[in-house]
Design a protein around this ligand. Sequence first.
Ligand code: HDD
Length: 740
Amino acid sequence: MAKRKTNGGAEDSAGSILSTVAGPSVPPHPTRLEPPATGTSTETVASPKVGDGQPAIGENALNRPLDRVRVDDSARELTTNQAVPVADNQNSLKAGLRGPTLMEDFILREKITHFDHERIPERVVHARGSAAHGYFESYEDLGDLTRAAPFTAAGKRTPVFVRFSTVAGERGSADTVRDVRGFAVKFYTDKGNWDLVGNNMPVFFIQDAMKFPDLIHAVKPEPHNGMPQAASAHDTFWDFASLSPEIAHMLLWHTSDRAIPRSYRMMQGFGVHTFRLVNAQGVSVFCKFHWSPMAGTHSLVWDEAARITGADPDFHRRDLWEAIDSGQFPEWELGLQIFTEDQVAKFPFDILDPTKIVPEEMVAVRTVGKMVLNRNPDNFFAETEQVAFCAAHVVPGVDFSDDPLLQGRLHSYIDTQISRLGGANFHEIPINTPVAQMHNNQRDGMHRQAINRGRVNYEPNSLAGGCPFQAGARGFVSFPEPQHGSKVRGKPELFADHYSQARLFWISQSLTEQRHIIAAFRFELTRVQTPAVRQRVLALLANIDEVLVASVAEGLGMSVPPPLPPATDRPPYDYPPSPGLSLFARPGSMGIRTRRVALLVGANTDLAQARSLYASLLDDGAVPRLIGERIGPVVEISLETAPSVLWDGVIVPDAMPAVGDVTVFEFLKLQYRHGKPLLALGNGAELLKAARIPHTLPHGVPDPGVIVAAAVDAMEALASVKAVLAQHRVYARETDPPRV
Ligand code: HDD
């Protein structure tokens, strides 16, 4: 079996991506790992942790400061929290063997008390998530645009911690639900922490933070019965949506395949809002941030996604973990759309409106760097759960726009951490601590860690020589944007064009993607119980596209109502299609790496052939597994524990029994239904026949993903399977309802 790299760069020979590998090597038996010796006091020198080097692949500069708090229990005695060795961890202290437990048992009380307080409030949104460490590397010196620390030199690497999430579900909810995905990046720069707290869709549901609590109340489980979990397919969400026409554009993204990604590694990320970049001369441009996955943008299909929630609710978490664990580090390129005040004045939309994109045809995306995630967290709670992102965490060189949604976010994140993480010192939790040095006169509060020295905790002072002193022009200076106007509650007029960009998105989708959007609306609105709500959503869609509204109405057995009156007299803007809005525009460069392939094996299988297919897939970085009825010397995973939806393709090697059982048929049918490649070799073809798998596409031409070959041609046929796997799936096979 092929060797593979672990996180720490060491090699092991385990063939299974599912097996756990050791993390980076640590000194023998420490309870607390010391930071690396620098030879100088960290008080007087710049942090050695960032910005000064080129960490090798597999190494993160951030690991070193976090090592200070990593705990390794190997060969250690069990102790209390006060480090008192515990003699007996099985029995509480009693007055006689059959007597009552004694109050004196401080060991029992400490253990139970700590346990009683183990849980913290989950995030009010984005509660379900997974994260990883890595770095961002700038391709160039962007000094002409910004003085932001990550971009000051070509090749500069800045450590990052990235958390992906769903929005609506609770902490233990399933990964593959229909939802927006959070894409939050914490850059630990040498000028402080910068959080780019984005999503995998470039627009948002609402235009003003004032509406955020309403939106979230509407989409979360309904308050009287706590249902449904992690789903927008219920009355309150669509009631709110149907009465909020600004949501139109986002609804199309939300019903598109973007809302059911195949993997966190295969989705784009967006900063959503317009931001400002500011250079050392104080010159500012506007900027939109885009993350593009090197693995391409790929999605699940809905029937598959819904089944995965049962088969593996941790599907995305596992996928991210296993990819990093096996050395297949996920990568994204960072792109910037840069535009000026002059350009803004000519756009047919307002750049402060978060329900609008800047089409790539108007402003090209300039690729400026890449992000690599190369280390899994050591402890889910300490890192992934306690990480605290904040849209207001920016560094010199990045500034905000007046987008009213962004402005509200600037308040919400710090505020929510105070109740979630228990006080104002959450920035001292190791995963949140900047790697740049922190010096100020903020003091005390719950759980304070820093031991600030000296008698001075105010400024100005003379007793400490004026320290810490203001950084002046080296520090964060807000861009001096001129302000005008009276205090008012309202919106600029262009915000009222709710439909032009919704239509732009619709006409930029492939026919396959359009069909999926229609089916998603049908599913969601069928779950809605109130006919008037369905009717209002149709009236909203009637402003976007005739085919869209007619198809959704047909799926609901309703007629098309008159369009909702538009909120503005301005005629809609007629955008040309923007091909980059289709998921198919970014096939990626991963080949078949990390694709999961099932080799179905039975008692008669030609194991030599199965093994050579397996080895060839492994060589290309795929994840093959031998699947059969029961595990044993040959079969690695059983059909009942790893059903069809967990695999990207299936191979039936030669001499598989001619007739399968219902589980095998079900496996093959779902592979077919979900557009995945099926290869049957020699005798294995009988199984495809018995499962009634068609060999032609609905319009009669051969299906490139259903491959039948003689046993001797196994390797040639495998090459065809790999080609289909690399293209993700055969969407041309789809019919509604499915043929098989
Ligand atoms: Fe938010 C969490 C992204 C609007 C208030 N948000 C949160 C997370 C992401 C986003 C990715 C999870 C961070 C993590 O992994 O810990 N949020 C967005 C985007 C938005 C957006 C892309 C619009 C463009 N959010 C938004 C608004 C508000 C909030 C308008 C409130 C006014 N968001 C929060 C929050 C959360 C949060 C309540 C919950 C947990 C947390 O912050 O740390 O403060």
